[in-house]
Ligand binder design. Structure first.
Ligand SMILES: [Zn+2]
Length: 92
């Protein structure tokens, strides 16, 4: 599966995970099949991906200046890129 591709850049991996999360969440809200297997699968997919993204956000630091690459502040977030937003150091 492409999510497990280790050659994929961390910033790209994060954006893909975030995109899939949004898509699944929308799909989950659209279908009203409570109790069905698909509903359960989607629920756990959303939960699992949510935890994955959560850990990625908190573990995404620049090696050089130690700034978090996603959380700039409590209410300030950004999408990660290949280089640090603060010092310009390469992340991957
Ligand atoms: Zn930095």
């Amino acid at each position: 599966m492409f999510m497990k591709d280790s050659s994929m850049k961390k910033s790209v991996k994060f954006k893909v995970a975030l995109l899939i999360q949004v898509l699944i969440t929308v799909f989950y809200k659209l279908i009203a099949l409570k109790g069905s297997t698909l509903h359960d699968i989607l629920f756990w997919a959303v939960m699992g991906l949510g935890i994955y993204i959560f850990y990625m956000v908190f573990g995404y630091f620049c090696h050089s200046c130690k700034k978090n690459q996603i959380m700039k502040g409590f209410f300030s977030y950004r999408l990660p890129s290949d280089t640090c937003w603060h010092c310009g150091e390469k992340i991957d």
